[in-house]
Design a protein. Structure first.
Lengths: 394, 394
């Protein structure tokens, strides 16, 4: 989806009769506004802290935040992670941009799942790569298939192993291990985008690719996984604070990229995010999870109740998205046009999530922004439209 | 200067007996802390505003801020400037990065003054350009000299026409017109970096290259100048709010680059900066100018009093820097080493400001951070060291 399409869609969402399953954005009703306001007041009310917070700051990020993040990563199984493995970024999107800037020369091949996160494609496209398919549970690509003499060695693989945007699906432990086997065989860096990590509603946590790779390699600084995290889904997006975790030599290069790109992420926002996250992150994620889970449940139940035969969908254990496979006769973009005009329901059609803009028979539904009753109503309307369309095309 | 050198220098500055003329950064004692704290409290205290400020936001920036900036630009002579000509960036550094991303393919030629702003070289270097000299008052380059068949047409010219970092010098009106003549003859985009604009201590304001080019072309959307501005020197750097002003078709491309790079600049910080700047920018710049002017005056007087024969320096009408030409026998980097060890005075040696790392017989002195008495003391010490060194090398 291009920027202009995004803006068109955003305009639509201002129309109150539209039920939107389009944006993959958190519900602002759930933002910890009071805690954030208190943290800003505390920092800005202390002259010495305020002067430091409002001045230029180190490119690698605010040290106490980096130390706290390193502790969080260790608690999630990334043994040996220290502040030196952390770069603070403007959300995880900037992490993806920096990875593109570090690794991609025009015409290099990089590997992604098909479909994959639209924002990652946008970030990487700036550096003009070619795309190929990342090995995964839906395909039978092996290391050997990337080593044919006619092909250029891929520069990195990118994926979102938990609650992927757009499919909502996750890689299980065996699938992660197989991906790491292939990466090891190819000496291939892997970019792990874990933007939705905080939003698990069921199932057991699986170690991150970074945790598994650090263990295999005998230390984080010896592995080849670069992890991108963010507070955008757990706390708020508007402070633009995310982070990269990587082997130290990679972080050192990324710090230079950060310096050249925008010097540093707002020091004030980093200090506030450190205060807020280190105080309330656990309680905040506990508070928002059941609310998003109820919305996921409402969407899955409504799909079951209202979708005609020939339509199938994923059953995500977390995140914000359900991915719908349409009958072959139905094009996602056309469905979107009719859905807005006739059913007053918005979503994102699938082809933008494919580097080759294939995948025309898919749509992405986000359940993050609407209460269950509205989700039920929107899916009911969409189901009615699809029921009309399916026999007409059969 | 590389990132590692910058960090070494920053470490030194923590040593209280060092007098630093190194960093080109504003004095945090002059930050309008109370006004900023009030603005954050107001926005975050209003639930509806807070929710919007903490949510994802449009890539082009906060509309009221863009509208206000357009008005400011019109007031500075950029006729017809509207919000559609403005993109909000994370400081002007991000504007430079985006210009590099938009225009430069590896091995393209771009034109800069020698010396030029280090941060611009760092931003552009990521895209692997070749450098050539921008036409200017210190050289006799003409349009024809760039049109030899063996040369590639330059992609853009970059300069800081007011109080240049590192020299402190400005282009007068005739020099700006000549630069625009050459650019017109080459159909060459010009990047105008006006980071220090607010800090004029004497002399008359000269119209910006953008204002002059828009008038020549019959409208901002028809000209080829891209202007980068920032609140970092006038208000504070720590909110990371700057802006680009450009013809609308260029802004549309830059908005897509912004979206792919980090989605948007913190909405909260933009809203706060709009409240603060639209309320106090004029008063704030009135308040800080005489303070920086007194420091410039102290530095120029001290140089006059303490420098040995054979040393010369610029006399800036504004900004934060004085550029010193050393006798040919003295290397700026060696002087820096000895100055830190023997005189306990820090500054930046000149070669980092040259794309070819020439200019070894220059140093940059910043007067922005120290009160006049400390400036006098630092220059006295530096003058004594230089006086020792000059005859020894003569």
């Amino acid at each position: 989806m291009r920027g202009s399409e995004v803006r068109e869609l955003l305009k639509l969402l201002d129309q109150p009769d539209i039920i939107s399953f389009a944006g993959g954005i958190p519900d602002p009703e759930l933002f910890p506004r009071a805690a954030i306001a208190r943290a800003f007041a505390r920092v800005l009310g202390d002259p010495a802290r305020a002067k430091a917070a409002l001045q230029y700051a180190p490119s690698e990020g605010y040290l106490p935040l980096r130390q706290w993040l390193a502790g969080e990563m260790r608690a999630r199984g990334v043994t040996g992670c220290s502040a030196d493995n952390i770069l603070v970024t403007n959300g995880s999107q900037q992490g993806l941009d920096f990875v593109g800037k570090l690794f991609i020369q025009a015409q290099d091949t990089i590997l992604v799942p098909y479909p994959t996160f639209l924002g990652a494609l946008q970030a990487f496209n700036a550096y003009e790569p070619e795309y190929d398919l990342l090995p995964g549970p839906d395909n039978n690509r092996t290391a050997a298939s990337y080593l044919e003499p006619s092909r250029r060695r891929p520069k990195f693989g990118y994926c979102m192993p938990e609650f992927q945007n757009p499919t909502g699906t996750s890689l299980d432990l065996a699938e992660r291990e197989r991906l790491l086997d292939t990466a090891d065989a190819l000496n291939l860096p892997l970019i792990e985008d874990n933007a939705y990590e905080a939003l698990r509603y069921e199932g057991r946590r699986v170690p991150s690719l970074l945790a598994l790779a650090a263990e295999r390699a005998g230390g984080i600084d010896l592995c080849k996984v670069i992890y991108c995290g963010t507070f955008s889904k757990s706390i708020v997006p508007g402070l633009r604070v995310g982070w990269i975790v990587a082997p130290r030599p990679v972080v050192e290069k990324l710090v230079l990229i950060k310096q050249a790109s925008d010097l540093h992420t707002s020091g004030l926002n980093q200090i506030v995010m450190h205060e807020v996250a280190s105080t309330i992150l656990a309680a905040q994620t506990e508070a928002i999870r059941p609310i998003y889970q109820a919305r996921r449940d409402a969407m899955l139940q409504a799909l079951q109740a209202h979708m005609p035969a020939g339509v199938s969908w994923t059953r995500p254990e977390g995140g914000m998205f359900v991915w719908v496979d349409l009958p072959a006769a139905i094009d996602g973009a056309e469905l979107l046009r009719r859905s807005i005009a006739e059913a007053r329901v918005a979503f994102v059609s699938g082809s933008g999530f494919f580097p080759d803009r294939s995948g025309r028979h898919h749509i992405r539904l986000s359940f993050s922004l609407s209460p269950p009753a509205r989700i039920e109503e929107g899916i009911r309307r969409l189901g009615r439209l699809l029921t009309e369309m399916v026999p007409a095309r059969a």
